[in-house]
Design a protein around this ligand. Structure first.
Ligand code: HEC
Length: 231
């Protein structure tokens, strides 16, 4: 069977986004990094589906929903809102189908999610950013997503792609705002800010030395642990 056209579209968009970051011409907005990380996580979801691991797929879809919410908050532009809402809706559909143990429904939802993500990736946000979202599905899906994005940053650095490592760090800095927004207990905002600062240091580093970047990623990990240990 020939792979559907949207696979080619997603792969090429991912490459274009990555090249933009590699060439250092990415604008300040986190949009391109979020798109690329979203596409990578859709790939992870497809992996779970191919292994028929619907439990992991449902979990992964929860992360996709959060990433899509962060993407949506990048701009109040109506076309952007409409395109990113479709990504959120399909992530939700994927999560319910996977949670219901429905492989055919999951396959259908994932295909539609891939199309929706490719559509959104074709847009440039032009309006004003919105406040960062809260973690709708709760703190645990958010933490599992952080874990996945951080792991991808580490793997990217180990395999020589400093641009991808920094891109994942940039997405962590966006997710730090969601962490901050998701609870109000004492010390939470400060620890979320420390996590955001550590992520921004890694994302904004001009170094391409894997050792230097590893050190910056370790700084992120320490900020995660600082919050975990405070509890
Ligand atoms: C501001 C606080 C805070 C920060 C920062 C933070 N976490 Fe967490 N994390 C928590 C809390 C609270 C829990 C417990 C969630 C629960 O189960 O109720 C948790 C739980 C987790 C879990 C366990 C999830 C499970 O139940 O299986 C993982 C994994 C995790 N965090 C990863 C990370 C990573 C990776 C980072 C940094 C990139 C990070 N966290 C940053 C507060 C934080």
């Amino acid at each position: 069977m020939r792979p559907p056209i949207w696979i080619a579209i997603i792969v090429s968009l991912l490459v274009v986004q990555t090249l933009r970051v590699d060439e250092g011409i990415a604008d300040d907005s986190a949009g391109p990094a979020i798109h690329a990380v979203l596409a990578a996580h859709i790939g992870h979801a497809r992996g779970w589906l191919d292994q028929n691991d619907l439990k992991s797929l449902a979990q992964s879809a929860g992360g996709l929903e959060l990433l899509a919410e962060v993407l949506r908050s990048q701009s109040d532009d109506p076309a952007w809102q409409q395109a990113t809402r479709a990504v959120i809706a399909m992530s939700k559909e994927l999560r319910s189908a996977a949670a219901a143990g429905d492989p055919a429904g999951s396959r259908q939802a994932l295909a539609e999610l891939e199309t929706a993500a490719a559509n959104a990736a074709g847009l440039t946000p032009r309006g004003q950013p919105l406040p960062p979202p809260r973690s709708g599905p709760g703190i645990r899906p958010l933490m599992l997503l952080l874990d996945g994005v951080y792991a991808d940053a580490k793997v990217a650095n180990l395999t020589g792609s400093h641009a991808r490592a920094k891109m994942n760090a940039q997405v962590l800095s966006e997710l730090a705002r969601v962490v901050s927004n998701s609870r109000s207990e004492e010390g939470w905002a400060e620890m979320s800010d420390d996590f955001r600062e550590a992520s921004l240091s890694a994302a904004g580093s001009t170094s391409s030395d894997p050792k230097a970047i590893r050190q910056l990623l370790r700084g992120i990990s320490e900020s995660c642990e600082a919050c975990h240990n405070a509890r």
